[in-house]
Design a protein around this ligand. Structure first.
Ligand SMILES: [Zn+2]
Ligand SMILES: [Zn+2]
Length: 328
């Protein structure tokens, strides 16, 4: 518990002077490759390609359904959990829902939720500068996966200390995951999803293992696409001066997270979209369901008139679907 106190005080003391120093290219960009990450991510991607082959040629239907279900659960563990609940505090969750989301997040295994949240808060505070861990000005590959293959930019390390993480370090559910990260996440993400198809419907180890790799890599890349494609291509209905864009197809793949221009303008909206409750936004439906149960509460949204006023003021004249909405 103790380590969280000092950074929080520093963040309050030094917030303004540091904010002013942000520049798109504040320090030289060097690539110091992290070989362990390259080998690990190369292996899981190659194994996933073989998993795709096995999915077509050898996997049982139960295994395919199980993989699809765990992929959705893992994705929502990131979107509704680490992203909307913990990174942005866009709603509040009672303990049972926090535990469910933490387990679903462990299924995705994108390092610890705490590391993910720190990177994401950096991403919003310093979007598309050198202090943004997946700075999209460094290209599509870097913002997609390259940033995980090299050492962090000095600006990310330097300013990372000043991001307020006090609420996160005070959260016992997230501290538990961080403390037991390797055994717990390996069990939830890899071991159990391999053993369940083998034990319950007699799937072979070879198929079960590689289907886990396929699901894992799919879940990784869906999130990566928000960092890469949704900072490159698409329209900007809410703020044309920033890189993040709207992308409906990506929203469908990423459980409602592709309305990224909106999200960067209004990051506290629990829907991460002005469209709200619709079939493209599975994460919102998930949160709405638990709001109905009573485990999710204080859901934050942005009033429609505020959204349209902002669109009129700084948007590019399109709507979320890319159609031009300005009459002249
Ligand atoms: Zn972004
Ligand atoms: Zn965000």
């Amino acid at each position: 518990m103790a380590p969280c106190i000092k950074p929080q005080q520093e963040a309050q003391d030094l917030q303004d002077p540091f904010e002013k120093l942000v520049a798109p290219q504040a320090a030289p960009r060097k690539h110091e490759i992290v070989h362990r990450a390259v080998i690990g991510l190369a292996y899981v991607h190659l194994a996933a390609i073989y998993g795709l082959y096995l999915a077509i040629t050898a996997a049982r239907w139960y295994t395919i359904l199980f993989s699809a279900t765990t992929a959705v659960a893992a994705g929502i563990g990131v979107t509704a959990g680490t992203h909307r609940l913990w990174s942005h505090r866009a709603y509040k969750a009672k303990l049972p829902l926090q535990i469910i989301l933490m387990v679903m997040n462990s299924l995705a295994f994108q390092h610890s939720a705490i590391s993910w949240i720190r990177d994401h808060r950096m991403h919003h505070r310093y979007s598309d500068t050198d202090a943004d861990p997946h700075n999209a000005t460094r290209g599509l590959f870097f913002s997609h996966i390259g940033w995980l293959l090299v050492k962090k930019h000095p600006e990310v390390l330097r300013r990372g200390k000043y991001i307020d993480m006090s609420d996160i370090y005070a959260n016992p559910v997230l501290r538990f995951q961080k403390k037991y990260l390797i055994p717990f996440n390996w069990t939830i993400c890899i071991i159990l999803p391999t053993l369940i198809p083998m034990y319950f419907w007699g799937e072979s180890f070879n198929v079960a293992w590689h289907m886990v790799m396929l699901r894992y890599v799919y879940s990784l890349n869906v999130v990566f696409l928000v960092n890469s494609f949704a900072h490159m291509w698409g329209n900007r209905p809410y703020d044309k001066s920033i890189r993040p864009t709207q992308n409906s197809l990506l929203s469908f793949l990423a459980y409602g997270e592709g309305f990224h221009n909106y999200h960067h303008v209004f990051p506290w909206d629990y829907r991460t979209a002005e469209l709200g409750n619709n079939w493209l936004n599975l994460s919102t439906l998930f949160i709405d369901f638990f709001a109905w149960v009573g485990w999710a509460y204080d859901l934050k949204t942005v009033p429609d008139d505020v959204i349209s006023a902002r669109a009129d003021r700084t948007g590019d004249g399109t709507n979320s679907w890319g159609f031009n909405t300005k009459s002249n």
